[in-house]
Design a protein around this ligand. Structure first.
Ligand code: TRP
Length: 460
């Protein structure tokens, strides 16, 4: 299909046709006005899309528990591109979230041959150190390693039963020659994403995963798999309201009153329906119509915004009956910051990005060489103005270094009107970036030797 694009977490090209991605994959769009205390990335449209973010916003508004799950591949050095999900995690944390950080050491071992020892060292010294410096709160942050959390690996195995190679082919474009490491890694990642909902890791609550849009295939896979495990589906009812429908599976047939020969055990089914009905009454619904034979229960008065409430109730009930009771993860997507030469940002090409520990001189050199949106001559520039959609220095102020919207707006206006020259805007970027890097280094120094505070008990 010529018009369809696959977004691929391993591809080196990066689609930046965000409008098409939203449409093709059915993402929601982020409106900063719908968020409490929107952060800089929201206000500037950099976090542009989501799945089920309204669920998280509801938790924030009602001061209910929710979590963030983010992950890192412990290879190479941390750079600005990596900082965007941490900025978001920090924002969620400020709104009440607990944070779980996956060190994808098994994935790095499988896909890159990084030893677990080396992975651990890189994860702590390079990534956790910078996360601490960026301001994550240790008291509600838990960093763990895939290799030392068996619950994650067990989930990868048991949830693997809910997918197959055809789905991997459709989602990731895998074919016969695909290395099996690339089959294993996404399954472990599904385990990473859902495990914070388990009782031992915080319990049933929404988990939001902030990612670059190239990682959406993992989110889709996880959402698809979790929904397949659900014992109850909550869906819109044709003539208004919501319907709860049983999903009969091998592991729930006894509880659902389905006998070995497939007939319905009326007693068991009726007692299930009584429990469902009293649960729904407890959370405030009174007009309830059960159809035990069809395995459905209609709640005509429920609105779309009651869906989360009813879903949570049913997941809790599923758990009490022995099911996993998993919520599909929520997600947010950020735009990619452009590489310094106008192409893709890449750790393997140091000139395309700024590393968290770049010296001021190195950084200045990169900014000076960066792709400019200035005109070829000063005369033309004064007349036509600079192009902020191309100018890397401007975009780095916008994505990373200038927190103040008013100052950024002044810079934009003055650059576009030609008052600021390309060299001027680069100098402004260098000044802000210097301040940013120096502060980060100070904070790193303060955290030196104390990074254990961020590690989960099984990571120490
Ligand atoms: N696959 C991610 C990467 O390549 C790392 C990762 C593993 C991850 N588990 C995760 C990211 C869970 C987000 C959520 O960087």
């Amino acid at each position: 299909m010529a018009n369809e694009s696959r977004i691929d977490p391993w591809s080196s090209d990066q689609s930046t046709d965000y409008g098409r991605i939203i449409e093709q994959f059915g993402l929601g769009t982020v409106d900063p006005n719908d968020l409490p205390n929107p952060g800089m990335l929201h206000r500037r449209g950099i976090v542009f899309a989501h799945r089920d973010l309204d669920v998280v916003v509801g938790c924030i508004e009602r001061s209910e528990a929710f979590g963030v799950l983010t992950g890192l591949m412990p290879s190479g050095r941390m750079h600005l591109g990596h900082s965007m999900v941490i900025e978001q995690a920090k924002w969620f944390q400020q709104q009440g979230a607990d944070i779980t950080v996956t060190v994808a050491d098994l994935e790095a071992l499988a896909t890159r041959g990084t030893s677990l020892t080396k992975g651990r060292e890189t994860a702590i010294q390079e990534y956790v150190h910078n996360y601490a410096a960026m301001g994550l709160e240790p008291s509600s942050t838990n960093v763990y390693f895939q290799s030392s959390r068996p619950a994650v690996q067990r989930l990868a195995f048991s949830l693997g039963r809910r997918t197959n190679l055809s789905e991997f082919e459709a989602i990731y474009g895998f074919a016969g020659e695909t290395n099996l490491a690339h089959v294993q890694a996404p399954l472990v990642q599904v385990g990473d994403i859902v495990h914070p909902q388990m009782d031992e890791y915080g319990g049933l609550r929404p988990i939001v995963v902030p990612v670059g849009v190239d990682q959406d295939p993992h989110i889709r896979l996880t959402r698809d798999i979790t929904q397949k495990t659900n014992w109850f589906n909550v869906k819109p009812r044709k003539s208004g309201g919501l319907t709860v429908a049983l999903s009969v599976q091998d592991d729930n047939s006894a509880e659902f009153g389905v006998t070995a020969n497939g007939s319905i055990d009326r007693g068991a089914r009726d007692s299930l329906f009584n429990r469902m009905e009293s649960g729904l009454r407890d959370i405030g619904f009174s007009d309830i119509h059960g159809n035990p034979k069809h395995g459905t229960m209609d709640v005509p008065g429920a609105t779309q915004s009651d869906r989360y409430k009813i879903r949570s109730l049913m997941l809790g009930m599923e758990r009490s009956m022995g099911g996993m009771g998993l919520m599909p993860p929520c997600s947010t997507y950020h735009r990619f910051a452009v590489g310094m030469n106008g192409g893709k940002m890449s750790s393997s090409k140091p000139e395309t990005t700024i590393f968290m520990d770049d010296g001021i001189e190195e950084m200045s050199k990169k900014v000076k060489r960066a792709l400019s949106g200035g005109q070829p001559t000063v005369e033309e520039h004064r007349r036509l103005g600079g192009d902020t959609s191309k100018d890397v220095a401007y975009q780095y102020l916008q994505f990373f270094f200038e927190n103040d919207d008013k100052i950024l707006e002044d810079v934009r206006r003055d650059y576009q009107s030609g008052r600021l020259l390309a060299g001027d805007i680069k100098q402004i970027c260098i000044d802000s970036a210097s301040e940013w890097l120096i502060e980060l280094k100070d904070k790193r120094d303060q955290w030196e030797g104390r990074l254990d505070e961020f590690l989960a008990p099984d990571a120490i």
